[in-house]
Design a protein around this ligand. Sequence first.
Ligand code: PMP
Length: 449
Amino acid sequence: MTANSRLIEQDLAAVWHPCTQMKDHEWLPMIPIWRGQGVWLEDYDGNRYLDAISSWWVNLFGHSHPYINKAIKQQLDTLEHVLLAGFTHEPIINLSQRLIKLAPQGLTRCFYADNGSSAVEIALKMSFHYFHNQGQTQKTKFICLSNSYHGETLGALAVGDVALYKETYAPLLMQAITVESPDCFMRDPDSSCREHSIAKFNIMRTTLEQHAHEVCAVIVEPIVQCASGMRMYDPVYLKLLRNACDEFGVQLIVDEVATGFGRTGSLFACEQANITPDYLCLGKGLTGGYLPLSVVMTKEVIYQAFYADFKTLKAFLHSHSYTGNPLACAAANATLDLLEQTPALAHNAHLSKHMHDTIEPLRDHPHVAEIRQRGMILAIEMVKDKQTREPYPWQERRGLRVYEYGLKHQMLLRPLGNVIYFMPPYVITDDEIDLMIKVAIEGINEATA
Ligand code: PMP
């Protein structure tokens, strides 16, 4: 029995894994990882896997980065954790000051949690509560986009629109108003992504006109709807949305849990539309992929709407036990150091172009309907019929076949349905991109043969 197989047996007897039909592991390998280094993960039998999806989009500068490791170890020797109510610490003060400088102008307050879904819950509750504190108690609803994803907790799930994750729980969820996404995959072949996004905005505008009186906020993933298959739209939509939200007295929640910290080419995706949301949700890459931490950044006027004598009961009495954990903050500060002190974003522009050029041969593939990219996110939409874009039946699990092929060839390419995508750590090299794309193309050939 190898070290891997012993651990797999023990794992499957005790662990229930996330987002997994556990029965699949009767035939799909479970991979026990003993160490990570840069873009590489290594299992207990010595097999290596290039982490092409940054371990669910969290890792920015590679696994076991010496600089982040050191920062966490230093923090560990002084303070591992303290509650954040009534107490504070230098790492969180530094982090907050730095985020305020880096984020779109006007976001001056940081409220922390420990995962992306919780950040979304906070933004939803804060928006509702903001209006409540102003006496606008009729505002109880949220608008979201079709194909959106904002997390798995019940509030976040309610403003998401991925049927696979949501449908079963529908009876438990608040009703959100879902507006058709500007998703450019759905555009007419003779219209540009920008034209399509502008045209689709009319639906949002009409919805705002009709519902503004009862709506607290619109929530969007900016530019890339990640979990629904890396569907993309033009930043102009965000610009129009910001203006319309102002016009109709509705707040804007921008969920950059996945797109934040350079993934789409700019530090934050909403910079590409030059907008400031009312709430900016950040998570995942915030700690470089080391520790759970998330934050909702908001504006002074919103903070002030909660600032009053205790007896007015206007305070935002939301909390999580590990809010603002100092070790996570130390990892986040070290990650911001790397973003600020290395030419990471300029280098990403080079890496993005290399991915773009290397994937070129796949564009004519008979089962690839679209290859789309924003910065360090590149996605390949596999379809049954290239002309009609008829998807493969989901039951065939074609994407999973690419995943299986990848695992046998040193590659972690966990798909989203029939979408294969790359979202690698920023320390990937050109040669590693070449390998990643070579294996993906072979896997796609095999899965669509
Ligand atoms: N928002 C977006 C845009 C996400 O992509 C995700 C996670 N994939 C979440 C929220 C939820 O984050 P978490 O998994 O940390 O709860």
